[in-house]
Design a protein around this ligand. Structure first.
Ligand SMILES: NC(=O)c1ccc[n+]([C@@H]2O[C@H](COP(=O)([O-])OP(=O)(O)OC[C@H]3O[C@@H](n4cnc5c(N)ncnc54)[C@H](O)[C@@H]3O)[C@@H](O)[C@H]2O)c1
Length: 434
């Protein structure tokens, strides 16, 4: 099939490359000319494992190309994926302006029947609003809107797109379902449940998924905070919980809060959507509030160790991305941590395997960017682990300690065993660890 993808960010580029790999002819379009130029030169502006290889392969095969010409993309395609951003508005609502712009663009240029597939995460009611907008923009338009939320996780986006645990299709007509099935046929040899439902349910499923995972994280963070008070080890507590098949061990790791471009904004958007309909989502409001408090969890412990002013101390932050295997720093707890340390007068050295370029746009020269793990601890008073990259898992603390002023680790992701760190001569502070 001929497919256009609007938006070449994390979701759009992965969608485009993976669909091209399934032998569709894909044209990706973005309003960011620089991004399109980079893609045409074979460069990708963010790190996502396996994506560059997939893009290169399908460009070479002639199945994947890039343009800044929206009209050309609409006219080229039978089906158009809407993968533009839906950031948080000031009031927490999903800012839908980019989604609506794409709907209007498609209405303006489409001739004949085409599918507009909303893959961006949007509140229930958005597909209907897009359909109305299309009819208003072009009363003769035959464009049909469908909802097909995406569940991929950054860091394993290519794998997730090709091996999803489900495909959710929200549509109104048999023709739309049939075309959608055709797009996804051959996605993988293994069976994937395809859930066919209405627009609003499909849109709601995505928010339900993300809000549940965010709730699970905030729940274990709350447990960790209580463990800190009562002298229990949260790692053992959550290991035991995870053995209960009704609970499942994933997303049971306490830490310094969730981040990224999805969980925070999606929880807030669902709270806002509920509010608009007269429902106060107390639980979700607390999930969000606890997460914001959790980002400052280590700052309190650092101040308890070093005193209220951190002037004259240098701290090493390991990890800036909101999670490993991505360069995405949007809403990363590491950023909040660095900001707090700087605000308290500390000097900060940061080290992340892939996120320095993005971090420079936030901190410029206010922090030192280390070139290696050992460079990162030079003259440092403490190591603060913010992102659990593999590179940080089996470090030789005994050697690193020789270059430091004080030997202490604040483990924001509970990846170390306290006894082992102590054997290497370090003090250990975790989240809810005994
Ligand atoms: N990132 C994730 O892990 C993830 C996972 C599932 C769902 N989602 C959802 O997918 C959507 C996209 O997320 P993302 O992280 O890929 O965003 P992103 O910010 O990385 O990319 C969005 C892209 O859309 C482009 N764009 C904006 N307006 C456009 C227009 N009119 N025409 C063409 N391009 C336009 C932007 O220039 C940008 O390149 C969001 O709704 C998000 O919530 C994201």
């Amino acid at each position: 099939m001929k497919i256009a993808v609007f938006g070449t960010g994390y979701v759009g580029l992965v969608t485009g490359a993976c669909l091209a790999n399934l032998s569709h002819d894909v044209l990706c379009v973005d309003i960011d000319d620089a991004k399109i130029k980079q893609l045409q030169e074979g460069k990708i502006s963010f790190f996502e494992p396996g994506l560059k290889e997939l893009v290169t392969k399908n460009v070479e095969r002639g199945r994947l190309s890039f343009t800044a010409d929206a009209k050309k993309a609409v006219q080229f395609a039978d089906a158009i994926f809407n993968c533009v951003g839906t950031p948080s508005g000031e009031d927490g609502s999903a800012d839908l302006r980019y989604v609506f712009t794409v709907a209007q663009t498609v209405a303006r240029y489409a001739d004949g029947y085409k599918l507009l597939i909303n893959k961006s995460t949007v509140p229930p009611g958005t597909a209907q609003r897009c359909q109305l907008l299309i009819q208003e923009t072009n009363p003769l338009s035959e464009v049909e809107v469908v909802s097909n939320p995406e569940f991929l996780a950054e860091g394993k986006a290519v794998y997730d797109f090709t091996h999803p645990d489900k495909i959710v299709l929200g549509a109104k007509t048999a023709k739309a379902y049939s075309l959608l099935r055709r797009i996804y046929t051959g996605r993988t040899r293994t069976y994937i449940p395809v859930l066919e439902t209405d627009w609003e349910t499909a849109e709601m499923i995505k928010y339900a998924n993300n809000s549940f995972l965010a709730t699970k994280i905030s729940f274990v963070n709350e447990l960790a905070n209580i463990c800190d008070k009562v002298g229990a080890d949260v790692k053992m507590v959550t290991q035991a919980m995870g053995l209960d098949y009704r609970i499942n061990p994933r997303f049971l790791n306490p830490g310094i809060g969730y981040g990224g471009s999805c969980f925070p904004k999606d929880v807030r958007a669902l709270i806002h959507t509920a509010q608009e309909k007269g429902y106060d989502a107390h639980l979700l409001r607390e999930v969000d509030a606890l997460n914001e408090r959790q980002k400052r969890h280590l700052t309190h412990k650092i101040k308890a160790t070093f005193g209220q002013t951190l002037q004259g101390q240098r701290f090493t932050i390991w990890g800036l991305a909101f999670k490993p295997q991505t360069s995405d720093i949007r809403e990363s707890p590491a950023l909040a941590l660095v900001q707090e340390l700087l605000a308290h007068g500390a000097d900060v050295t940061v080290y992340d395997p892939v996120a320095h370029a993005d971090a420079r746009e936030v901190f410029a020269e206010r922090v030192r960017y280390a070139s290696s793990l050992s460079d990162s601890v030079m003259d440092s008073s403490a190591i603060i682990l913010a992102t659990e990259w593999d590179e940080f898992r089996n470090v030789n603390f005994a050697d690193l300690g020789k270059m430091m002023k004080r030997k202490i680790v604040f483990d924001g992701r509970n990846i170390y065993e306290p006894e082992m760190v102590r054997e290497d001569g370090f003090e250990y502070v975790g989240v809810g660890r005994k």
